[in-house]
Design a protein around this ligand. Sequence first.
Ligand SMILES: Nc1ncnc2c1ncn2[C@@H]1O[C@H](COP(=O)(O)OP(=O)(O)O)[C@@H](O)[C@H]1O
Ligand SMILES: O=P(O)(O)OC[C@H]1O[C@](O)(COP(=O)(O)O)[C@@H](O)[C@@H]1O
Length: 330
Amino acid sequence: MKKVALITSGGDGAGINATIEMMANHPHIDLYGFSGGYNGISINEPIHLTPQFVENKSLAGIHYVQTGRSDLPYTQEGRDKLHRKLKAEGFECLTVCGGNGSQKAAQLLHKEGTNTIFIPMTVDNDVIGSDYSIGFDTALNKLMDLLYGLHDTAANMPGRIFMVEVLGGNSGNLALESTVAGAGDLAIVPEYVTQKRAITKVVKEKLKQKQSLVIVCSESAYEDKNYQSGNQGVSFEIAAAIEEGTGIRVRKSIAGFYIRAGRPTFKDASIAAKIGAKVAQCVSDNQFGVMVGVGNDRIQALPFQHLRKQYNSLHPQTMEIAKQYNKVIY
Ligand SMILES: Nc1ncnc2c1ncn2[C@@H]1O[C@H](COP(=O)(O)OP(=O)(O)O)[C@@H](O)[C@H]1O
Ligand SMILES: O=P(O)(O)OC[C@H]1O[C@](O)(COP(=O)(O)O)[C@@H](O)[C@@H]1O
């Protein structure tokens, strides 16, 4: 049996319990989780994730271990603390579930001597080197539900403009995919600089064709970059510009954190479970310094050294379609 530590880091993502359950049930793995992200390794007692502990809970919305954002990995001193703690407690490997920031820290820790495996988990679906991140589909489905509701009220009471602000960090994936899927009329994404005048022009054109509009706006999209990843409120400023340009009041919603966790969809539960099985196999085979993610429709273990140049931006085909149908500001 190998003693393995696991943390979740950064924003939570539905489905990760299925990964943990698969790892906990592998005959070669003795799994322990630290709550609180990287800092949790230093300050929290490990939770023994035995097969009995994880039984029947893998599809729950509440994670087996709590996630968090931590200062320790940013400094050599902090990382040394983590290395020492893991070594002292006899862990042979650390598995980290999170987004791009967590991936960076995992790479540093591996380079400095702690065997590490990384698992992509973020609703932003922007992890370098993986076509999919655990939690994205659940968030997308919850967002779709909200947008469908707005379309219904829009149809019942025409002539209105609705604006929904959605999570996504520096990525417009949630906004773009939900819009192209038909739940929104126009996406505003941080990958393209959004100019007030351009939005008003597109909105006016769209209102010639449609009785009402549902606009899906990413949290960090705007021309003056005052709104960064994790900030809220950019849609209010964009809505004000649209109101000024069109004379129509904009009805606003922030989808917020409601979409971020909850019970996973089939896609999240399924991919997460398969990732868990692959991670367990990697541990068993002493294959460390890898990200176990999705590529070419398969679960794959990609060595950290292959990650650098594969920045995961908006899906090119989705973006092309969105442009063709005037569903995105670019
Ligand atoms: N550049 C970095 N160097 C070292 N550790 C980092 C770095 N960026 C992020 N981290 C660690 O990963 C954690 C999560 O990163 P964050 O960017 O907040 O979320 P995510 O991993 O979901 O992208 C941070 O709180 C920190 O502990
Ligand atoms: O929960 P917080 O700390 O307010 O952070 C909000 C951020 O977390 C996310 O929901 C998820 O981001 P990460 O998974 O990269 O941590 C982003 O979409 C958003 O910008």
